[in-house]
Every structure is written in structure tokens, then in C-alpha cells.
Design a protein around this ligand. Structure first.
Ligand SMILES: Nc1ncnc2c1ncn2[C@@H]1O[C@H](COP(=O)(O)OP(=O)(O)OP(=O)(O)O)[C@@H](O)[C@H]1O
Ligand SMILES: [Mg+2]
Length: 257
């Protein structure tokens, strides 16, 4: 938890956020502070405003009321300090894997074409796609496409990675591999991660804290700390502590707690 009195400024601060779409109030008074290098998941019933919250943080749309800050500076639109990965990889089908990542780097001042190509290769290799640079998205599995999307978002060096059910469309085995990859990348690059997921086990195994949102209008219902030591393995998921956290979060979502 962030101690407001003693800790340094949070990486990300969301305060008093209200978001209305016409007559629908999607978010009503959301407060959240995320520390640098923290891994936080957001869970809650369908329609409780998880994607809305993420898109406000991504700067894709403005809040109706409230403030959003990265490093104490107001978020006014999308920025390279934040990378976004959605449920379905939004790759450009007519470009090779390599070109898809290079395209994301086109705005990087001071990078030559050769440096862009090198950077793209480096991040594709990081996500295990060395050798697939010249493939087209349609030739890749869903998990591989999500790896490209992850490489693309990481390639320009964001501090914060925002992910909206990035593994939701993947089978259980691939999802697990992707979770491990994400944790590896998070540790190596010292990212701050905000992960929206429907998979409570995924939230517990990856996160330092799990934000449980209440049904619409969305509010932060509870923030659950996950004190399980890292690295977390299959064995840690079989412990009573893990199961207890998972059950507690499910009860909160289903209104039983
Ligand atoms: N662009 C929009 N225009 C109108 N209403 C919207 C828009 N985006 C979201 N909403 C509404 O805001 C509420 C929250 O939607 P949101 O997509 O954030 O929920 P969610 O928690 O991500 O749900 P899910 O788990 O199903 O993805 C819903 O009632 C939705 O209909
Ligand atoms: Mg959503």
C-alpha cells in the first residue's frame, strides 16, 4: 500500500474520477495510487468500468471529473510514457511482424532507420519471436500476435504498461506462458503494470495488489494485498494462502463479503 504521509510521489495517481457516457455513469469517484514498479490488477463484474478506467489512464478519453497524473503531471492525452495492450492484438495485417514494431517507433526522435530495425528485433527477441520477423500477423497464433503487441508497446520504453484482458482470448496453457513472460519483462524493465483481467487466479499470481471494483457505477470496492513471495510458481498457487486470496476476491465480486 502507498503510505500517503511518508512515501515518495506515486507513479500514477487517479483521484475523484467520474466518467459519464450520456445517462450512464461508468465510474463514480475512483481513487487509486500506484507506486513505481508496482504490479496492480483490476478485477470486477462485467460493465463495472475497468476498460473505461484504463482508457482514461491511457489518455484516450477525458474524465467527466477528477484528476489523473503520472509522476505528478496531468494526463492530457496518449503518451509514450504509457504502453497499451488490448485483448485482441491490434496489428496491421499488411505489415510484417518486424514492420509492425518499427511502425510504432516511427515517432522516436533521433532513431535512424537501422536503429529502429535493431530495436524492433531486440524486443521481438525478448518476447520469444526471434525468427518470426518476416511473418505476417495472420500467419501467427493468437498468443504470438499478443507477443508482437507486447513487443510493440515495450519498444518505445514506456514506464507504465496498461493491459486490458491481454490474455483473455488465449487458451489456458498459452495464457500461463504469457503471464510468465509478462512477469519476466516486468522484473527486467522495472515497469509499472496495470492489468485488467477476468481471471482472478491471474490477478493473484501476477500482482502486488488487486483492485476489486464494485458494479456500476464503478468504484474501488477493496484493494487486496498479495503478500505471496516471488517468484510465484505452480506450487505457490496450490497453497491455502493463494486459494484464500482467490476465494476472498471472488466473494467480494459476488457480493458475499
Ligand atoms: N464509449 C462508450 N459509450 C457509451 N457507454 C460506454 C462507452 N464505454 C463504456 N460505456 C459504458 O460504461 C460502462 C462500463 O464499461 P466498461 O467497458 O468500462 O466495463 P468493463 O468493466 O470493462 O466490462 P467488461 O468486463 O465486460 O469488459 C458500461 O455500462 C458501458 O456500457
Ligand atoms: Mg472491459
Amino acid at each position: 500500500m502507498i503510505d500517503e504521509t511518508t512515501s515518495a510521489e506515486p507513479k500514477l495517481r487517479v483521484a475523484g474520477i467520474v466518467k459519464r457516457f450520456g445517462a450512464v455513469t461508468a465510474l463514480e469517484g475512483v481513487d487509486l495510487a500506484v507506486a513505481e514498479n508496482e504490479f496492480v490488477s483490476i478485477v470486477g463484474a462485467s460493465g463495472c468500468g475497468k476498460s473505461t478506467l484504463l482508457s482514461l489512464i491511457a489518455g484516450l478519453e477525458p474524465p467527466t471529473a477528477g484528476t489523473l497524473e503520472v509522476d505528478g503531471r496531468a494526463i492530457t492525452g496518449p503518451g509514450r510514457d504509457r504502453g497499451v495492450v488490448f485483448q485482441h492484438a491490434t496489428l496491421m495485417p499488411w505489415l510484417s511482424v518486424q514492420r509492425n514494431v518499427e511502425f510504432a517507433l516511427r515517432g522516436e526522435a533521433g532513431l535512424t532507420r537501422a536503429e529502429r530495425a535493431e530495436r524492433a528485433r531486440e524486443f521481438l527477441s525478448l518476447v520469444g519471436l526471434a525468427g518470426f520477423e518476416e511473418a505476417f500477423p495472420a500467419q501467427l497464433s493468437g498468443g504470438m500476435q499478443q507477443r508482437v503487441a507486447l513487443a510493440r508497446s515495450l519498444s518505445y520504453g514506456p514506464d507504465i504498461l496498461l493491459m486490458d484482458e491481454p490474455f483473455g482470448a488465449l487458451d489456458a496453457l498459452t495464457r500461463r506462458t504469457m503471464q510468465e513472460l509478462l512477469l519476466e519483462v516486468w522484473e527486467r524493465h522495472r515497469l509499472t503494470v496495470l492489468l485488467v483481467t477476468h481471471d482472478i487466479g491471474e490477478a493473484v499470481v501476477t500482482s502486488d495488489r488487486v483492485v476489486v471494483m464494485s458494479p456500476r457505477p464503478g468504484r474501488v470496492q477493496r484493494i487486496v494485498d498479495v503478500p505471496i513471495p516471488r517468484p510465484r510458481t505452480l506450487a505457490s498457487e496450490r497453497t491455502a494462502e493463494f486459494q484464500g486470496l482467490e476465494d476472498g476476491i471472488l466473494d467480494l465480486i459476488h457480493g458475499a463479503a
